[in-house]
Design a protein around this ligand. Structure first.
Ligand SMILES: [Fe+2]
Ligand SMILES: [Fe+2]
Length: 292
C-alpha cells in the first residue's frame, strides 16, 4: 500500500509545480523586450565592484577604456557560461518532456522555453555588440558537463547541481540589478530579465531538494553536502574567476592577472557576499557545506 505521507507530499509538490507554471504564463520573449538601442561600448557591462580585478592597484591604474573592455569580456564570458549550462539543461529537459506526472512535465516545458529564451537573448547580445564568435566561444568545466549529461534526471544530485548552476550565476545577476548605476542599461535589463525567470527555477530546485531531504538519512545528507561543496567550488571558478587568457584578449598588459584575482581579498569578499545566502540556505536544510 502506498505511504499516505508520501502521496500527500507528492500532491503538494505537483501543486507547487502547477503554481510555478501559472507564473510562467503568459510567456514574453526577452529578446523583444530589451531596448537594444541603448547598448553602449563606452560603459561598464558589470558594476565596477563585480569586475574580477576590482581594487587591485595595477588594474586600477589602467586607463578607463581598458577597464571597461575587461568588464565587456567578463560579462561576455558570464553569458557564454550561461549558454553552456543552459544547453546541457535544455537537452535533459527536452528528453524528460514525455516522462512523469503531467504537472511536472508542464513545468519542465515552461523551463525549457524560458531557458531557450535566455540563450537567444545572450546570443542576440553578442550579435548586437558585434562580438566575434572567437570572443564568446569559451570552454567550460568538462567534469560539470559530464555530470550534467549523465546524472539520472530524477536524482537529488542532478537537481541539486542544477540548483547551484542556476543560483551561483543568479547571485551575480542580482548584484548587477542592485548596483546598476553606471552600467550599460542593456546589460542591466538582460540581468534583470534573466533573474526574474531564474527566481522561479531556483524556487523549483529548492522545493525538490527540500522535499527529498525530508526523507534523507544522515549519511545521504553528509554525502550530498560533500558533493555540493565540490560543485560549488567548480561553479564559482567558472562564473567568478576568469582564466588568464581572457585578460590578455581584453587588451590588458601581459601580467599574472588571474593569479592576482585568485588571491585578492576583495575578490574573495565579493564572492562571499554574493554566495553567502546560497550557502546559508543549504546549511539550513541540514547539509554541511565546506565554504569558504
Ligand atoms: Fe537561464
Ligand atoms: Fe534557469
Amino acid at each position: 500500500m502506498a505511504n499516505p505521507d508520501l502521496l500527500k507530499s507528492s500532491s503538494a509538490f505537483a501543486e507547487r509545480a502547477t503554481q510555478l507554471s501559472r507564473h510562467s504564463t503568459p510567456y514574453r520573449d526577452p529578446v523583444a523586450r530589451i531596448h537594444w538601442e541603448r547598448l553602449s561600448h563606452d560603459a561598464f557591462w558589470l558594476p565596477q565592484q563585480a569586475v574580477s580585478l576590482y581594487g587591485i592597484e595595477e588594474y586600477e591604474a589602467l586607463p578607463l577604456p581598458m577597464r571597461q573592455a575587461l568588464s565587456h569580456h567578463e560579462f561576455a564570458r558570464f553569458l557564454s557560461a550561461g549558454i553552456w549550462l543552459e544547453s546541457v539543461f535544455l537537452q535533459r529537459l527536452a528528453r524528460a518532456a514525455l516522462k512523469g506526472p503531467r504537472a511536472t512535465r508542464i513545468y519542465h516545458i515552461h523551463e525549457l522555453r524560458e531557458e531557450a529564451g535566455h540563450s537567444l537573448m545572450f546570443l542576440e547580445f553578442f550579435e548586437r555588440a558585434g562580438l566575434p564568435d572567437s570572443a564568446t566561444d569559451a570552454r567550460f568545466d568538462p567534469w560539470l558537463t559530464w555530470l550534467g549529461r549523465r546524472l539520472p534526471f530524477r536524482s537529488t544530485l542532478f537537481w541539486s547541481a542544477i540548483l547551484l548552476g542556476e543560483e551561483i550565476p543568479d547571485r551575480l545577476n542580482r548584484y548587477v540589478r542592485l548596483h546598476a548605476q553606471g552600467v550599460c542599461p542593456v546589460a542591466v535589463e538582460l540581468s534583470v530579465l534573466h533573474s526574474t525567470d531564474e527566481a522561479r527555477h531556483i524556487a523549483y530546485g529548492q522545493e525538490i531538494l527540500r522535499h527529498r531531504l525530508e526523507r534523507a538519512g544522515g549519511m545521504t545528507k553528509r554525502l550530498l553536502g560533500y558533493a555540493l561543496s565540490q560543485l560549488l567550488r567548480r561553479f564559482v571558478a567558472t562564473f567568478y574567476y576568469p582564466p588568464q587568457d581572457l585578460y590578455i584578449r581584453a587588451g590588458l598588459p601581459d601580467e599574472p592577472w588571474a593569479a592576482r584575482a585568485a588571491r585578492h581579498a576583495l575578490r574573495r569578499q565579493f564572492v562571499d557576499h554574493c554566495l553567502g545566502p546560497t550557502v546559508s540556505r543549504l546549511r539550513e536544510l541540514g547539509l554541511t557545506i565546506g565554504w569558504p
